[in-house]
Design a protein around this ligand. Structure first.
Ligand code: NAD
Length: 471
Protein backbone atom coordinates (compact mmCIF):
# COMPACT_ATOMS: atom_id res chain seq x y z
CA UNK A 1 0.00 0.00 0.00
CA UNK A 2 1.38 3.45 -0.91
CA UNK A 3 1.85 6.07 1.83
CA UNK A 4 -0.98 8.02 0.19
CA UNK A 5 -3.39 5.06 0.26
CA UNK A 6 -2.65 4.48 3.96
CA UNK A 7 -3.23 8.16 4.62
CA UNK A 8 -6.57 8.26 2.77
CA UNK A 9 -7.71 5.21 4.70
CA UNK A 10 -6.62 6.93 7.94
CA UNK A 11 -8.70 10.06 7.18
CA UNK A 12 -11.72 8.00 6.11
CA UNK A 13 -11.56 5.86 9.24
CA UNK A 14 -11.57 9.02 11.38
CA UNK A 15 -14.61 10.16 9.40
CA UNK A 16 -16.45 6.86 9.90
CA UNK A 17 -15.75 6.83 13.61
CA UNK A 18 -17.20 10.35 13.99
CA UNK A 19 -20.07 9.78 11.53
CA UNK A 20 -21.40 6.99 13.76
CA UNK A 21 -22.12 9.60 16.45
CA UNK A 22 -24.11 11.88 14.12
CA UNK A 23 -27.82 11.60 13.26
CA UNK A 24 -27.30 12.06 9.50
CA UNK A 25 -28.66 9.86 6.73
CA UNK A 26 -26.00 7.32 5.63
CA UNK A 27 -26.37 8.49 2.02
CA UNK A 28 -25.66 12.07 3.02
CA UNK A 29 -22.63 10.91 5.00
CA UNK A 30 -21.39 8.94 2.00
CA UNK A 31 -21.76 12.08 -0.12
CA UNK A 32 -19.79 14.17 2.37
CA UNK A 33 -17.02 11.58 2.60
CA UNK A 34 -16.50 11.07 -1.14
CA UNK A 35 -14.05 13.16 -3.13
CA UNK A 36 -15.90 15.08 -5.85
CA UNK A 37 -13.24 15.56 -8.55
CA UNK A 38 -9.82 14.13 -9.14
CA UNK A 39 -7.58 15.54 -11.85
CA UNK A 40 -4.42 13.83 -13.03
CA UNK A 41 -2.05 15.08 -15.67
CA UNK A 42 1.38 14.22 -16.96
CA UNK A 43 3.41 16.71 -18.94
CA UNK A 44 6.96 17.03 -20.23
CA UNK A 45 9.40 19.66 -19.04
CA UNK A 46 12.82 20.58 -20.32
CA UNK A 47 15.62 20.28 -17.77
CA UNK A 48 18.36 22.94 -17.84
CA UNK A 49 20.68 20.51 -19.64
CA UNK A 50 18.15 19.98 -22.43
CA UNK A 51 16.86 16.58 -21.25
CA UNK A 52 13.10 16.03 -21.30
CA UNK A 53 11.40 14.70 -18.18
CA UNK A 54 7.79 13.64 -17.70
CA UNK A 55 6.10 15.04 -14.58
CA UNK A 56 3.08 13.54 -12.77
CA UNK A 57 0.65 15.93 -11.10
CA UNK A 58 -2.74 15.81 -9.37
CA UNK A 59 -5.47 18.03 -7.96
CA UNK A 60 -8.29 16.66 -5.82
CA UNK A 61 -11.44 18.61 -4.99
CA UNK A 62 -13.07 16.89 -2.07
CA UNK A 63 -16.17 19.00 -1.57
CA UNK A 64 -18.21 21.59 -3.44
CA UNK A 65 -20.64 22.46 -0.65
CA UNK A 66 -18.88 25.84 -0.53
CA UNK A 67 -16.96 27.36 -3.40
CA UNK A 68 -14.22 27.99 -4.25
CA UNK A 69 -12.34 24.89 -3.18
CA UNK A 70 -9.19 25.58 -1.25
CA UNK A 71 -6.04 23.68 -0.46
CA UNK A 72 -2.28 23.64 -0.85
CA UNK A 73 0.03 22.34 -3.53
CA UNK A 74 2.68 19.86 -2.42
CA UNK A 75 5.97 19.12 -4.17
CA UNK A 76 7.23 15.80 -2.82
CA UNK A 77 8.18 12.32 -3.95
CA UNK A 78 5.28 10.80 -2.01
CA UNK A 79 2.56 12.64 -3.97
CA UNK A 80 -0.07 10.37 -5.52
CA UNK A 81 -3.83 10.33 -6.10
CA UNK A 82 -4.60 9.01 -2.62
CA UNK A 83 -2.37 11.48 -0.81
CA UNK A 84 -4.00 14.51 -2.44
CA UNK A 85 -7.45 13.04 -1.81
CA UNK A 86 -6.65 12.49 1.87
CA UNK A 87 -5.32 16.02 2.22
CA UNK A 88 -8.27 17.47 0.29
CA UNK A 89 -10.73 15.73 2.62
CA UNK A 90 -8.89 17.12 5.64
CA UNK A 91 -9.20 20.58 4.09
CA UNK A 92 -13.00 20.24 3.91
CA UNK A 93 -13.22 19.40 7.61
CA UNK A 94 -10.64 22.05 8.52
CA UNK A 95 -12.46 24.85 6.68
CA UNK A 96 -15.73 23.81 8.32
CA UNK A 97 -14.18 23.86 11.81
CA UNK A 98 -12.90 27.42 11.47
CA UNK A 99 -15.90 28.68 9.47
CA UNK A 100 -13.91 29.45 6.36
CA UNK A 101 -16.40 29.24 3.46
CA UNK A 102 -14.48 26.89 1.17
CA UNK A 103 -14.68 23.27 0.06
CA UNK A 104 -11.52 21.20 0.52
CA UNK A 105 -8.93 20.60 -2.20
CA UNK A 106 -5.28 19.64 -2.52
CA UNK A 107 -2.81 19.30 -5.34
CA UNK A 108 0.68 18.07 -5.83
CA UNK A 109 3.46 17.18 -8.20
CA UNK A 110 5.60 14.10 -7.64
CA UNK A 111 9.13 15.47 -7.44
CA UNK A 112 11.97 16.17 -5.05
CA UNK A 113 12.31 19.97 -5.16
CA UNK A 114 15.97 19.96 -4.09
CA UNK A 115 16.94 18.13 -7.27
CA UNK A 116 15.58 20.87 -9.58
CA UNK A 117 16.95 24.35 -10.26
CA UNK A 118 14.70 27.37 -9.58
CA UNK A 119 14.31 27.84 -13.35
CA UNK A 120 13.16 24.22 -13.72
CA UNK A 121 10.75 24.53 -10.79
CA UNK A 122 9.33 27.68 -12.38
CA UNK A 123 8.71 25.87 -15.69
CA UNK A 124 7.10 22.94 -13.87
CA UNK A 125 4.87 25.24 -11.80
CA UNK A 126 3.72 27.31 -14.77
CA UNK A 127 2.91 24.24 -16.85
CA UNK A 128 0.95 22.73 -13.95
CA UNK A 129 -1.10 25.94 -13.68
CA UNK A 130 -1.72 25.88 -17.41
CA UNK A 131 -3.09 22.32 -17.15
CA UNK A 132 -5.27 23.21 -14.13
CA UNK A 133 -6.71 26.28 -15.87
CA UNK A 134 -7.41 24.33 -19.06
CA UNK A 135 -9.53 21.88 -17.08
CA UNK A 136 -11.29 24.48 -14.89
CA UNK A 137 -9.45 23.30 -11.79
CA UNK A 138 -8.30 26.77 -10.82
CA UNK A 139 -9.78 30.24 -10.47
CA UNK A 140 -10.85 32.68 -7.73
CA UNK A 141 -14.38 31.27 -7.76
CA UNK A 142 -13.47 27.67 -8.55
CA UNK A 143 -10.40 26.37 -6.78
CA UNK A 144 -7.71 28.42 -5.04
CA UNK A 145 -4.35 26.80 -4.23
CA UNK A 146 -1.88 27.74 -1.49
CA UNK A 147 1.51 26.36 -0.34
CA UNK A 148 2.14 23.02 1.28
CA UNK A 149 5.26 20.92 1.76
CA UNK A 150 7.92 21.92 -0.77
CA UNK A 151 6.22 25.11 -1.99
CA UNK A 152 6.05 28.66 -0.67
CA UNK A 153 5.45 32.31 -1.63
CA UNK A 154 7.83 32.04 -4.60
CA UNK A 155 5.75 29.32 -6.26
CA UNK A 156 2.52 31.17 -5.36
CA UNK A 157 3.81 34.28 -7.21
CA UNK A 158 4.57 32.16 -10.31
CA UNK A 159 1.08 30.66 -10.08
CA UNK A 160 -0.58 34.09 -9.81
CA UNK A 161 1.46 35.42 -12.71
CA UNK A 162 0.68 32.46 -14.97
CA UNK A 163 -3.02 32.60 -14.15
CA UNK A 164 -3.29 36.34 -14.84
CA UNK A 165 -1.48 35.87 -18.17
CA UNK A 166 -3.96 33.17 -19.14
CA UNK A 167 -6.98 35.22 -18.07
CA UNK A 168 -6.33 38.76 -19.30
CA UNK A 169 -8.72 41.33 -17.89
CA UNK A 170 -10.16 39.07 -15.18
CA UNK A 171 -10.69 41.61 -12.41
CA UNK A 172 -10.38 39.15 -9.50
CA UNK A 173 -7.54 37.13 -11.01
CA UNK A 174 -5.22 37.67 -8.03
CA UNK A 175 -7.68 35.75 -5.87
CA UNK A 176 -6.71 32.60 -7.83
CA UNK A 177 -4.05 31.62 -5.26
CA UNK A 178 -3.10 32.64 -1.70
CA UNK A 179 0.06 33.03 0.36
CA UNK A 180 1.55 35.16 -2.40
CA UNK A 181 4.33 37.58 -1.50
CA UNK A 182 2.82 40.87 -0.27
CA UNK A 183 4.15 42.68 -3.34
CA UNK A 184 2.27 40.21 -5.56
CA UNK A 185 -1.09 40.67 -3.82
CA UNK A 186 -0.43 38.67 -0.64
CA UNK A 187 -1.37 39.64 2.88
CA UNK A 188 0.85 40.49 5.83
CA UNK A 189 0.94 37.71 8.42
CA UNK A 190 0.27 34.80 6.02
CA UNK A 191 3.79 33.36 6.13
CA UNK A 192 3.62 32.92 9.91
CA UNK A 193 -0.10 32.13 10.01
CA UNK A 194 -0.12 28.33 10.40
CA UNK A 195 2.55 28.34 13.10
CA UNK A 196 0.90 31.28 14.85
CA UNK A 197 -2.46 29.51 14.68
CA UNK A 198 -0.91 26.37 16.19
CA UNK A 199 0.31 28.56 19.02
CA UNK A 200 -3.03 30.38 19.57
CA UNK A 201 -4.99 27.12 19.58
CA UNK A 202 -2.58 25.36 21.93
CA UNK A 203 -2.50 28.34 24.29
CA UNK A 204 -6.30 28.24 24.40
CA UNK A 205 -6.54 24.56 25.27
CA UNK A 206 -3.67 24.81 27.74
CA UNK A 207 -5.63 27.59 29.46
CA UNK A 208 -8.38 25.18 30.57
CA UNK A 209 -7.19 24.29 34.08
CA UNK A 210 -9.50 21.27 34.45
CA UNK A 211 -8.17 19.61 31.28
CA UNK A 212 -4.54 20.32 32.16
CA UNK A 213 -5.06 18.87 35.64
CA UNK A 214 -6.41 15.67 34.10
CA UNK A 215 -3.11 15.37 32.21
CA UNK A 216 -1.02 16.19 35.28
CA UNK A 217 -0.03 19.58 33.86
CA UNK A 218 -0.41 23.15 35.06
CA UNK A 219 -2.28 25.65 32.85
CA UNK A 220 -0.43 27.92 30.43
CA UNK A 221 2.42 27.69 27.94
CA UNK A 222 5.19 29.10 30.10
CA UNK A 223 7.68 26.46 31.22
CA UNK A 224 6.14 23.68 29.10
CA UNK A 225 8.79 21.40 27.59
CA UNK A 226 8.22 21.18 23.85
CA UNK A 227 9.63 18.96 21.07
CA UNK A 228 9.12 19.97 17.44
CA UNK A 229 9.59 17.72 14.40
CA UNK A 230 10.17 19.69 11.17
CA UNK A 231 11.40 23.28 11.06
CA UNK A 232 9.87 24.33 7.76
CA UNK A 233 7.24 26.99 7.45
CA UNK A 234 4.86 25.57 10.06
CA UNK A 235 7.39 24.10 12.51
CA UNK A 236 9.75 27.06 12.55
CA UNK A 237 7.06 29.63 13.30
CA UNK A 238 5.36 27.39 15.82
CA UNK A 239 8.73 26.96 17.58
CA UNK A 240 9.30 30.73 17.52
CA UNK A 241 5.91 31.61 19.05
CA UNK A 242 6.16 28.89 21.71
CA UNK A 243 9.64 30.02 22.68
CA UNK A 244 8.56 33.67 22.84
CA UNK A 245 5.73 32.64 25.18
CA UNK A 246 8.19 30.98 27.57
CA UNK A 247 8.03 27.36 26.45
CA UNK A 248 11.30 25.40 26.63
CA UNK A 249 12.33 23.78 23.34
CA UNK A 250 13.86 20.54 24.60
CA UNK A 251 14.11 18.80 21.21
CA UNK A 252 14.13 19.69 17.51
CA UNK A 253 14.15 17.34 14.52
CA UNK A 254 14.78 17.88 10.84
CA UNK A 255 15.29 15.54 7.93
CA UNK A 256 19.04 15.25 8.59
CA UNK A 257 18.73 14.42 12.31
CA UNK A 258 17.56 15.53 15.73
CA UNK A 259 19.02 17.40 18.69
CA UNK A 260 18.04 17.79 22.33
CA UNK A 261 18.77 19.73 25.47
CA UNK A 262 16.52 19.27 28.53
CA UNK A 263 17.40 22.82 29.62
CA UNK A 264 16.25 24.28 26.30
CA UNK A 265 17.59 25.06 22.82
CA UNK A 266 17.82 28.57 21.44
CA UNK A 267 15.81 28.42 18.21
CA UNK A 268 17.53 31.29 16.41
CA UNK A 269 21.01 29.96 17.28
CA UNK A 270 20.04 26.51 16.01
CA UNK A 271 18.63 27.99 12.78
CA UNK A 272 21.77 30.10 12.25
CA UNK A 273 23.90 26.98 12.77
CA UNK A 274 21.77 25.06 10.26
CA UNK A 275 22.02 27.85 7.67
CA UNK A 276 25.78 27.90 8.07
CA UNK A 277 26.46 24.14 8.23
CA UNK A 278 23.45 22.73 6.44
CA UNK A 279 22.48 20.58 9.46
CA UNK A 280 20.94 20.84 12.91
CA UNK A 281 23.47 18.35 14.21
CA UNK A 282 26.26 19.64 16.46
CA UNK A 283 24.34 22.88 17.15
CA UNK A 284 25.83 24.74 20.14
CA UNK A 285 24.56 23.45 23.48
CA UNK A 286 22.78 20.48 21.91
CA UNK A 287 23.17 16.73 22.08
CA UNK A 288 22.76 14.83 18.81
CA UNK A 289 20.23 11.98 18.92
CA UNK A 290 21.09 8.65 17.32
CA UNK A 291 18.13 8.77 14.88
CA UNK A 292 15.91 11.69 13.87
CA UNK A 293 12.80 9.70 14.97
CA UNK A 294 14.18 9.55 18.52
CA UNK A 295 12.98 13.15 19.00
CA UNK A 296 9.40 11.84 19.04
CA UNK A 297 10.23 9.82 22.16
CA UNK A 298 11.95 12.53 24.19
CA UNK A 299 10.83 13.38 27.72
CA UNK A 300 8.56 16.45 27.27
CA UNK A 301 5.10 17.91 27.93
CA UNK A 302 4.19 18.62 24.34
CA UNK A 303 5.18 16.98 21.08
CA UNK A 304 4.53 18.98 17.90
CA UNK A 305 4.94 16.97 14.70
CA UNK A 306 5.21 19.62 11.94
CA UNK A 307 6.76 17.68 9.06
CA UNK A 308 4.80 14.96 7.28
CA UNK A 309 2.00 12.46 7.74
CA UNK A 310 2.23 9.07 9.53
CA UNK A 311 5.09 9.83 11.89
CA UNK A 312 3.53 8.52 15.12
CA UNK A 313 2.61 4.92 14.43
CA UNK A 314 1.72 1.68 16.18
CA UNK A 315 5.47 1.06 16.34
CA UNK A 316 6.50 4.13 18.36
CA UNK A 317 3.25 5.42 20.01
CA UNK A 318 3.83 3.43 23.21
CA UNK A 319 7.17 5.23 23.66
CA UNK A 320 5.84 8.80 23.21
CA UNK A 321 6.36 10.57 26.53
CA UNK A 322 4.51 13.82 25.81
CA UNK A 323 1.19 14.52 27.57
CA UNK A 324 -0.10 16.48 24.57
CA UNK A 325 0.51 15.81 20.86
CA UNK A 326 -0.20 18.89 18.77
CA UNK A 327 -0.73 17.92 15.11
CA UNK A 328 0.78 20.90 13.32
CA UNK A 329 1.39 18.64 10.30
CA UNK A 330 -1.45 17.00 8.43
CA UNK A 331 -2.07 13.39 9.43
CA UNK A 332 1.04 12.76 11.55
CA UNK A 333 -0.70 10.15 13.75
CA UNK A 334 -1.99 6.87 12.32
CA UNK A 335 -5.32 5.45 13.56
CA UNK A 336 -3.51 2.67 15.43
CA UNK A 337 -1.23 5.18 17.14
CA UNK A 338 -4.25 7.32 17.99
CA UNK A 339 -5.81 4.42 19.88
CA UNK A 340 -2.59 3.74 21.79
CA UNK A 341 -2.16 7.43 22.72
CA UNK A 342 -5.79 7.66 23.78
CA UNK A 343 -5.45 4.58 26.03
CA UNK A 344 -2.39 6.20 27.59
CA UNK A 345 -4.38 9.38 28.37
CA UNK A 346 -2.29 11.46 25.95
CA UNK A 347 -4.26 14.34 24.47
CA UNK A 348 -4.01 14.52 20.67
CA UNK A 349 -4.97 17.93 19.28
CA UNK A 350 -6.19 17.15 15.75
CA UNK A 351 -4.66 18.59 12.59
CA UNK A 352 -8.01 19.63 11.13
CA UNK A 353 -8.35 22.16 13.94
CA UNK A 354 -4.87 23.07 15.09
CA UNK A 355 -3.21 23.78 11.74
CA UNK A 356 -6.18 25.71 10.33
CA UNK A 357 -4.46 29.08 10.83
CA UNK A 358 -2.97 28.96 7.34
CA UNK A 359 -6.26 28.54 5.54
CA UNK A 360 -7.87 31.12 7.83
CA UNK A 361 -5.40 33.81 6.80
CA UNK A 362 -5.55 32.58 3.19
CA UNK A 363 -9.26 33.34 3.40
CA UNK A 364 -8.45 36.88 4.58
CA UNK A 365 -6.04 37.24 1.64
CA UNK A 366 -8.69 36.05 -0.84
CA UNK A 367 -11.19 38.55 0.61
CA UNK A 368 -8.54 41.28 0.29
CA UNK A 369 -7.92 40.32 -3.35
CA UNK A 370 -11.64 40.43 -4.16
CA UNK A 371 -11.98 43.75 -2.29
CA UNK A 372 -8.92 45.23 -4.00
CA UNK A 373 -7.99 47.15 -0.85
CA UNK A 374 -5.56 46.51 1.99
CA UNK A 375 -7.19 45.85 5.37
CA UNK A 376 -6.77 48.86 7.67
CA UNK A 377 -6.19 51.32 4.86
CA UNK A 378 -9.51 53.09 5.37
CA UNK A 379 -9.76 53.13 9.14
CA UNK A 380 -6.19 53.25 10.55
CA UNK A 381 -5.87 57.06 10.67
CA UNK A 382 -9.47 57.49 11.70
CA UNK A 383 -8.94 55.15 14.67
CA UNK A 384 -5.73 56.95 15.59
CA UNK A 385 -7.60 60.30 15.65
CA UNK A 386 -10.48 58.89 17.69
CA UNK A 387 -8.15 57.30 20.31
CA UNK A 388 -6.12 60.54 20.53
CA UNK A 389 -9.24 62.58 21.20
CA UNK A 390 -10.28 60.08 23.86
CA UNK A 391 -6.87 60.29 25.57
CA UNK A 392 -6.98 64.09 25.48
CA UNK A 393 -10.42 63.95 27.14
CA UNK A 394 -9.04 61.61 29.85
CA UNK A 395 -6.08 63.98 30.34
CA UNK A 396 -8.32 66.98 30.72
CA UNK A 397 -10.68 65.19 33.19
CA UNK A 398 -7.91 63.61 35.31
CA UNK A 399 -5.25 66.32 34.92
CA UNK A 400 -2.71 63.56 34.17
CA UNK A 401 -0.35 63.91 31.21
CA UNK A 402 0.41 60.68 29.34
CA UNK A 403 3.99 60.00 28.19
CA UNK A 404 4.73 59.93 24.43
CA UNK A 405 5.20 56.13 24.78
CA UNK A 406 1.79 55.66 26.38
CA UNK A 407 0.17 57.87 23.75
CA UNK A 408 1.84 55.94 20.94
CA UNK A 409 0.73 52.58 22.38
CA UNK A 410 -2.89 53.56 23.03
CA UNK A 411 -3.57 55.60 19.91
CA UNK A 412 -2.10 53.17 17.38
CA UNK A 413 -4.62 52.41 14.64
CA UNK A 414 -4.85 48.83 13.38
CA UNK A 415 -2.53 47.89 10.50
CA UNK A 416 -3.22 45.04 8.10
CA UNK A 417 -1.00 42.72 10.14
CA UNK A 418 -2.74 43.68 13.41
CA UNK A 419 -6.11 42.89 11.87
CA UNK A 420 -4.93 39.60 10.36
CA UNK A 421 -3.44 38.41 13.65
CA UNK A 422 -6.50 39.50 15.55
CA UNK A 423 -8.79 37.68 13.12
CA UNK A 424 -6.61 34.58 13.39
CA UNK A 425 -6.59 34.67 17.19
CA UNK A 426 -10.37 35.09 17.30
CA UNK A 427 -10.82 32.19 14.86
CA UNK A 428 -8.56 29.75 16.70
CA UNK A 429 -10.04 30.57 20.11
CA UNK A 430 -13.61 30.55 18.83
CA UNK A 431 -13.22 27.23 17.00
CA UNK A 432 -11.78 25.33 19.97
CA UNK A 433 -14.72 25.54 22.34
CA UNK A 434 -17.40 23.83 20.22
CA UNK A 435 -14.94 20.95 19.74
CA UNK A 436 -14.19 20.80 23.44
CA UNK A 437 -17.92 20.91 24.24
CA UNK A 438 -18.57 17.93 21.97
CA UNK A 439 -15.64 16.10 23.57
CA UNK A 440 -16.86 16.78 27.10
CA UNK A 441 -20.49 15.96 26.36
CA UNK A 442 -19.44 12.56 25.03
CA UNK A 443 -16.95 12.05 27.83
CA UNK A 444 -15.14 8.76 27.55
CA UNK A 445 -16.74 7.92 24.20
CA UNK A 446 -14.77 10.16 21.85
CA UNK A 447 -11.35 11.74 21.70
CA UNK A 448 -10.70 15.32 20.54
CA UNK A 449 -10.19 14.24 16.91
CA UNK A 450 -13.55 12.48 16.78
CA UNK A 451 -15.20 15.44 18.51
CA UNK A 452 -13.71 17.84 15.92
CA UNK A 453 -14.83 15.57 13.09
CA UNK A 454 -18.39 15.44 14.48
CA UNK A 455 -18.50 19.26 14.57
CA UNK A 456 -17.17 19.44 11.00
CA UNK A 457 -19.55 16.78 9.65
CA UNK A 458 -22.54 18.55 11.22
CA UNK A 459 -21.61 21.81 9.50
CA UNK A 460 -21.02 20.25 6.07
CA UNK A 461 -24.20 18.16 6.40
CA UNK A 462 -26.25 21.28 7.16
CA UNK A 463 -24.88 22.94 4.01
CA UNK A 464 -25.73 19.97 1.79
CA UNK A 465 -29.19 19.64 3.35
CA UNK A 466 -29.99 23.29 2.79
CA UNK A 467 -28.61 23.36 -0.75
CA UNK A 468 -30.55 20.30 -1.90
CA UNK A 469 -29.59 18.20 -4.89
CA UNK A 470 -29.32 19.36 -8.51
CA UNK A 471 -31.22 18.51 -10.68
P1 NAD B 1 7.84 22.69 4.69
O1 NAD B 1 8.27 21.98 3.46
O2 NAD B 1 8.05 24.15 4.79
O3 NAD B 1 8.49 22.03 6.00
C1 NAD B 1 8.53 20.67 6.28
C2 NAD B 1 9.85 20.43 7.00
O4 NAD B 1 9.87 19.12 7.53
C3 NAD B 1 11.05 20.57 6.08
O5 NAD B 1 11.97 21.47 6.65
C4 NAD B 1 11.60 19.16 5.99
O6 NAD B 1 13.01 19.12 5.84
C5 NAD B 1 11.17 18.58 7.32
N1 NAD B 1 11.09 17.12 7.34
C6 NAD B 1 10.73 16.27 6.34
N2 NAD B 1 10.78 15.00 6.76
C7 NAD B 1 11.18 15.03 8.05
C8 NAD B 1 11.41 14.04 9.04
N3 NAD B 1 11.21 12.74 8.79
N4 NAD B 1 11.81 14.44 10.27
C9 NAD B 1 11.98 15.74 10.55
N5 NAD B 1 11.78 16.72 9.65
C10 NAD B 1 11.38 16.38 8.42
O7 NAD B 1 6.29 22.32 4.86
P2 NAD B 1 5.22 23.07 5.77
O8 NAD B 1 4.45 23.97 4.89
O9 NAD B 1 5.86 23.56 7.01
O10 NAD B 1 4.25 21.84 6.11
C11 NAD B 1 4.52 20.94 7.17
C12 NAD B 1 3.25 20.18 7.51
O11 NAD B 1 2.23 21.12 7.87
C13 NAD B 1 2.66 19.35 6.36
O12 NAD B 1 2.01 18.22 6.91
C14 NAD B 1 1.62 20.29 5.76
O13 NAD B 1 0.61 19.60 5.06
C15 NAD B 1 1.09 20.94 7.03
N6 NAD B 1 0.44 22.23 6.85
C16 NAD B 1 1.07 23.28 6.23
C17 NAD B 1 0.39 24.51 6.13
C18 NAD B 1 1.07 25.73 5.54
O14 NAD B 1 0.46 26.82 5.60
N7 NAD B 1 2.27 25.65 5.01
C19 NAD B 1 -0.90 24.64 6.62
C20 NAD B 1 -1.50 23.56 7.26
C21 NAD B 1 -0.82 22.36 7.38
Amino acid sequence: MSVGAGFLDQVNRSFDRAAAFTPHDPALLANIKTSKNLFYTSFPIKRDDGRIEVMHAWRAEHSHHKLPCKGGIRYAETVDAEEVQALAALMTYKCALVDVPFGGAKGGIRLRPKTYSPAELERITRRYVFELVRKNFMGPGLDVPAPDVGTGPREMAWIADTYTQLRPGELDALGCVTAKPVSAGGIRGRVEATGRGVFFGTRELCGVAEDMKALGLTPGIEGKRVVIQGLGNVGYFAAKFFQEAGAVLVGLAESEGAIANPKGLDLEKVMAHRRERGTLLDAPGATNLARREDALELECDMLIPAALERQITAENAARVKAKIVVEAANGPTTNEADEILSRRNIMVVPDAYINAGGVTVSYFEWVKNLGHVRFGRLQKRFEQGAYSRLLQAVESVTGRQFSPDEIERVTKGASEEDLVNSGLEETMIGAYHPIRREWKERRGQVDLRTAAMIVAIDKVALSYEQLGIFP
